[in-house]
Design a protein around this ligand. Structure first.
Ligand SMILES: [Zn+2]
Length: 487
């Protein structure tokens, strides 16, 4: 392993030397003042016009190179904040300490014990390298560096129509070289509740069983939704429904799955009551179904485990059989993917059940539906609302955020695709990401904006294994330079 100073010698030199400097300036979300000032100082040194907004976003303008004054101006954009995650043992203060980048033997740059901040520091460095090179041919460039993308998109949210006065934009916050992202999912967050009829558990003739699922793989509720992973709550509801179909009339007494809306719960637990004389048979059938589930999901969730415990003490109360039936049917709220992109692999419309809990005699669900088209939004919202209706559940809260609608005829996408093929001999892949990107907000401010999102290979973003492929940074830089020349 080599150490930090040597990343400055990687190619392209300007990109890596800016990135090395960025690593030395703490810049986690919410603490972007220093990096913002650094960006302002780079602009001043280059003699370029720059401005910092009240929210901390930085704009730098570079006039067109000679002969390209009549070409349409272009927005180049990255976010200046990073996610700070460190190894538990490491003493590291993200507001004070410098990230220590290292070059690994397999052609990546990673950081010692922390996130690297290639998301999105590499994007920032690529833009600075372009701004600093007077030999390049390009139209007028408006560079935009936003704050707090990783937490709330707070910087992008403060932009105005005037800020989006270009009709072409390249966002450099994607993480797969050769992919051109032309759209992203928006979402509707739902809080749904169901009030079951509750009765006391009879003191005699009833028994109780607890089921626990643990070590599912979990993951991002959008990006990982097409990976066929078990959803903790969804799985337990499925198991109980299957047993109900076999004739076991169980009554749910406790249920708990998930903590946040936007992640797939990797574990869950449920306690149920049923007639005592059926318990042994019930446990055998349950074990059979669990075996089938484990086989079916052995690739996506290799470590998932289930524990069945017959309880000595009965819980005090349980849902009635009728209410349990409604509750089990609410498993359909975890719709997963309902529409794919034409490639049949990329999710376009989906809904994931992040939270499902029975607390204080009320069942509460937190869902996140995602979509990238008006049609998808209408479809998934109708579906969720129909399921809630059919199961006598209530929608307590519904809140939407905007999607970036893909333009499959984007001129900029076609140009970028041609230039990539010329540069590498390989074809690009067009994607619509199933998560939020700032581009959705830009497009809402200027519907005419032709915008693409690209970037180098970054793996493990937001974790201590974050790494960026060195060769892809050079490809990405050359790719953007060649797009700019052709505008
Ligand atoms: Zn990012």
């Amino acid at each position: 392993m080599q150490t930090s100073s040597s990343i400055e010698n990687l190619s392209p030199k300007a990109v890596w030397s800016y990135f090395s400097r960025i690593c030395r300036i703490p810049h986690v979300s919410g603490h972007e003042k220093d990096i913002g000032e650094y960006l302002m100082s780079v602009a001043a040194n280059l003699g370029l016009e720059a401005e910092m907004s009240d929210s901390g976003n930085v704009f730098i303008t570079k006039p067109a190179s000679a002969g390209m004054e009549n070409s349409p101006s272009v927005l180049l954009q990255s976010h200046m904040d990073m996610v700070g995650v460190k190894e538990t043992e490491l003493h590291f203060n993200f507001q004070k300490d410098a990230i220590r980048p290292v070059i690994s033997d397999d052609g990546f740059v990673t950081a010692e014990g922390t996130t690297l901040g290639a998301d999105n520091g590499i994007g920032v460095a690529i833009i600075l390298a372009i701004l600093s090179d007077d030999t390049l041919r390009h139209p007028k460039i408006k560079a935009l560096f936003t704050v707090s993308e990783e937490t709330s998109m707070g910087g992008a949210n403060t932009l105005t129509e005037d800020d989006m006065d270009c009709n072409l934009a390249i966002n450099i916050d994607s993480e797969d070289i050769g992919e051109i992202c032309i759209g992203c999912a928006g979402g509707t967050a739902y809080n749904i509740s169901y009030t079951p009829d509750i009765r006391e558990v009879p003191e005699s003739g009833f028994g109780a069983v607890e089921i626990r699922m643990s070590n599912g793989r979990g993951g991002h509720s959008g990006i990982d939704i097409n990976k066929n992973r078990l959803n903790g709550g969804g799985t337990l509801l499925y198991l109980l429904s299957a047993l109900k179909e076999e004739g076991f009339n169980v009554c749910v007494s406790k249920f708990s799955s998930g903590h946040v809306r936007n992640s797939i719960p990797s574990c869950a637990s449920a306690t149920l009551c049923l007639q005592e004389h059926l318990i042994n048979k019930f446990i055998n059938s349950l074990q059979d179904i669990i075996n089938r589930v484990q086989t079916k999901f052995s690739e996506s969730d290799p470590d998932v485990s289930f524990e069945i415990t017959r309880l000595d003490t009965l819980p005090a109360v349980m849902m009635t059989e009728e209410s349990t039936a409604d509750f089990l049917n609410l498993k359909s709220l975890n719709t997963k993917i309902i529409e794919y992109l034409d490639d049949g692999v990329t999710p376009l419309t989906s809904c994931s059940m992040g939270v499902a809990r029975l607390e204080n005699n009320i069942c509460r669900f937190e869902l996140l539906a995602r979509y990238a088209t008006d049609d998808g939004k209408a479809k998934i919202e109708k579906k969720i609302e129909d399921i809630a209706d059919a199961c006598h559940a209530r929608i307590d809260h519904k809140e939407s955020y905007i999607f970036w609608k893909p333009d499959f005829n984007s001129t900029l996408m076609k140009l970028a695709s041609d230039e990539y093929e010329k540069l590498t001999g390989k074809k690009t892949v067009t994607t619509v990401i199933h998560a939020g990107l700032e581009c959705g907000l830009f497009k809402a401010l200027n519907p005419k904006l032709d915008i693409i999102s690209i970037g180098p290979d970054i793996y493990g973003a937001h974790s201590t294994s974050e790494r960026v492929r060195i060769s892809s940074v050079e490809t990405c830089y050359k790719w953007i330079v060649s797009i700019l020349e052709k505008l």
